[in-house]
Write a protein that binds this ligand. Structure first.
Ligand SMILES: Cc1cc2nc3c(=O)[nH]c(=O)nc-3n(C[C@H](O)[C@H](O)[C@H](O)COP(=O)(O)OP(=O)(O)OC[C@H]3O[C@@H](n4cnc5c(N)ncnc54)[C@H](O)[C@@H]3O)c2cc1C
Length: 640
């Protein structure tokens, strides 16, 4: 397939520190009295979507906000636990925008765009101010100042938090702002609606086709711009820490219409999750990284040591992160901590019934600061752990193991957060933009809210101001796209097979975790691609979709999402195969240093790979954006 796409990141000229202000000074505006005649669709009501919808509506645009949950405030963001980063230096440690920028670039293993990351660091302080103004109850010090703690990969305490429920509190803030606009008449929320396609007119996004999940009706919605804030795709692994409904469909359907998918092989396997307990489990639970502020990670030094942890003397405990990485200890970045846990378990030192677990121990913290202080910081996480495992983490160490958690890859966007479809923007976890090959803890919510409160409202305005035509739902493009959506639903309904979509999804997840998980190699990835083709054939020949399309039908919803996951999985493996280096969460066995760390190849791969859809059954086409590092020096990451 030949392609004419060129990737222009549209990074403003001038010094890094001034780029965003330069852009803001020059962007096109829509006058206050004209904004009400323009409609913006925002798909997603998580932190990115709710904040963007609220901000655009507050500016005076007509906003249509979509989510598949029964309430906007039940978006997956509500599950975020540990905190949100901001370069405010409340801990008086000499933190700064530059340090947050450098930590993020380095944490992402030098695979993110400098200009975007600088802007993220620059806006971080505004986010916390905005949230405080909304009444978000951040933890505070005794004197009233906002409290902060550390997350992995940094040597300062810049993470603001609301105990272990920071996502919930931030989302309630954004949701309240959105509801305020709903009651002001500027925004309308369409709950229980699933976007199934984006409608293009003259190559630009002018609306969506959504399915009303309660009635099954297919609806047309026209707009002047479409913002996708539909979250990440980590449920491609079937078992992950994400909400069970999180999926790739919105992004994938846009991809099939021309939005490139960037760096899909970069997924984050989070080191601290409750280990899987059985084959029929459908969900994994995260234990926030914040716990590594006070918890110490260890395994017994003796292989297959079955003694209870309390009976293992200090000298026989292997604090492998502290020993391997003395500078950062338990707070190394996630990719590093996960790999280290895998290595000790591969060596037979793992604990628990399966041998795939390591301890996260609070004994020393409780002895030092007391149980009440530990409970004040992490109480709800401890409660969650004991409800799931029936063990008391105040008395016995938690048992944890890495699990799929976050998608660094996503829709390719330029500096304006616009995809390769004009008028189609992607924000939050749905885009690829700021985290390179590995996201640092507490940086996801920062990016979602920077995108939603402070960037998209301006870049979407800029797009609308430059667009002269109006389109409504009577345009023929809506009929055509709706027919295609209906055809796909009919195809799913008509397979008439015997296997439930969940079963095929689990099969796919097993392949992905095994061959495209914490470590990968060429042979395994090649094999995975073959298996994915078999799974795709099995799906389209044997999937069983119950019920009818014109009614509430969760079987149909799931089948559509699994079909998209299968297509995504193939591109993830192709991307992982093509990237012949190790970087961050992408660890290729063939490319490692003598002591088992990731070995990058900056000459060949200081790039973003953005994939173009190759048509049904066709080969996806890889495009490259070269990354340049003028403000940080490319160096081997070391946390030792
Ligand atoms: C357990 C857990 C803990 C975490 N803790 C932290 C933390 O402490 N700090 C941090 O920074 N990050 C954390 N993260 C990561 C962070 O929560 C996410 O990256 C972030 O919340 C994603 O927000 P989002 O707005 O991009 O998408 P989401 O919150 O996933 O929202 C997606 C929205 O899109 C809608 N949607 C999707 N597809 C469609 C469709 N086809 N049609 C209509 N609507 C659709 C959904 O209904 C939903 O409203 C955590 C993640 C997990 C899983």
């Amino acid at each position: 397939m030949s392609s004419t796409i060129t990737l222009d990141a549209k990074i403003p000229a001038g010094p890094l520190e001034d780029k965003w202000n330069t852009w803001l000074d020059a962007h096109a505006l829509v006058g206050p009295r004209n904004r009400g005649s323009h409609t913006v669709i925002v798909v997603g009501t998580g932190l990115a979507g709710a904040s963007a919808a609220a901000s655009l509506a507050a500016q005076g645009f007509r906003v249509k906000s979509f989510c598949f949950q029964d309430s906007a405030r039940r978006a997956h963001s509500i599950a975020a636990q540990g905190g949100i980063n901001a370069a405010k230096d409340y801990a008086n440690e000499g933190d700064s925008v530059r340090r947050l920028f450098v930590d993020t670039i380095r944490g992402g293993d030098f695979r993110a765009r400098e200009a975007n990351v600088w802007r993220l660091a620059q806006l971080s302080a505004n986010i916390v101010d905005q949230a405080v103004a909304q009444g978000v109850p951040f933890n505070r010090e005794y004197g009233g100042a906002l409290a902060t703690r550390s997350f992995g990969g940094v040597l300062v305490q810049r993470t603001f938090y609301s105990r272990g429920q920071t996502g919930q509190q931030l989302l309630l803030g954004a949701y309240s702002a959105l509801q305020h606009q709903v009651s002001a008449g500027n925004a309308k929320v369409y709950n229980r609606h699933e976007m199934l396609d984006v409608v293009l007119v003259d190559g630009a996004a002018r609306g969506i086709i959504a399915r009303n999940l309660v009635t099954g009706e297919l609806e047309r919605h026209a707009a002047d711009a479409v913002v996708l804030a539909s979250g990440g795709y980590t449920n491609v692994y079937y078992l992950s820490t994400n909400a069970m409904n999180s999926n790739v469909t919105a992004a994938w359907r846009a991809h099939k219409r021309g939005a490139l998918m960037a760096n899909p092989c970069y997924t984050q396997i989070h080191p601290t999750c409750i280990p899987q307990s059985g084959e029929y489990q459908s969900k994994l639970t995260l234990m926030s990284e914040s716990l590594r502020n006070d918890g110490r990670v260890w395994v017994p030094r003796k292989p297959r040591d079955s003694r209870p942890p309390a009976q293992i003397p200090e000298a026989e405990r292997y604090y492998f992160l502290e020993e391997r990485y003395p500078a950062f200890g338990n707070l190394v970045p996630r990719d590093v901590a996960s790999r280290a846990a895998k290595i000790v378990c591969d060596e037979g030192l793992g604990v628990g019934g399966t041998g795939r677990g390591v301890y996260l121990d609070f004994r020393d913290a409780i002895a030092s600061v007391g149980r009440a202080t530990v409970a004040g910081k992490y109480g709800n996480l401890f409660d969650m752990y004991s409800r799931i495992t029936a063990e008391d983490p105040y008395e016995t160490p938690m048992m944890i193991y890495p699990a799929p958690h976050y998608a660094m890859g996503g829709l390719w966007v330029d500096y304006e957060l616009q995809t390769t479809i004009p008028g189609c923007f992607a924000i939050g976890e749905a885009n690829f933009s700021d985290h390179g090959a590995n996201r640092l803890g507490a940086s996801a919510m920062m990016q979602c809210l920077a995108d939603g409160y402070f960037i998209a409202p301006h870049t979407v305005t800029n797009h609308i101001a430059r667009q002269s035509t109006k389109v409504d739902e009577r345009h023929a493009a809506f009929d055509e796209t709706l027919d295609e959506v209906r055809g796909r639903i009919d195809r799913l309904m008509n397979v008439g097979g015997t296997t439930a979509p969940q079963v095929i999804h689990r099969e796919l997840g097993n392949v992905m975790l095994d061959k495209c998980g914490m470590s990968r190699d060429a042979e395994g990835l090649t094999h995975a691609i073959e298996r994915i083709h078999e799974i795709r054939d099995e799906f389209w020949n044997d999937v069983r979709v119950d019920g009818r399309p014109d009614q509430l039908n969760q079987s149909l919803e799931l089948a559509g999402r699994v079909a998209d996951f299968i297509e995504l999985a193939e591109v993830m493996c192709m991307d992982a195969l093509r990237r012949e280096e190790s970087a961050g969460g992408h660890f290729r066995e063939e490319h490692q240093t003598g002591d088992g760390e990731a070995l990058r190849d900056d000459d060949r791969f200081a790039t973003v790979t953005a994939w173009e859809y190759g048509g049904e059954g066709g080969m996806p086409v890889a495009h490259e954006e070269q990354l340049t590092f003028d403000n940080v020096k490319l160096a081997t990451r070391s946390y030792k």
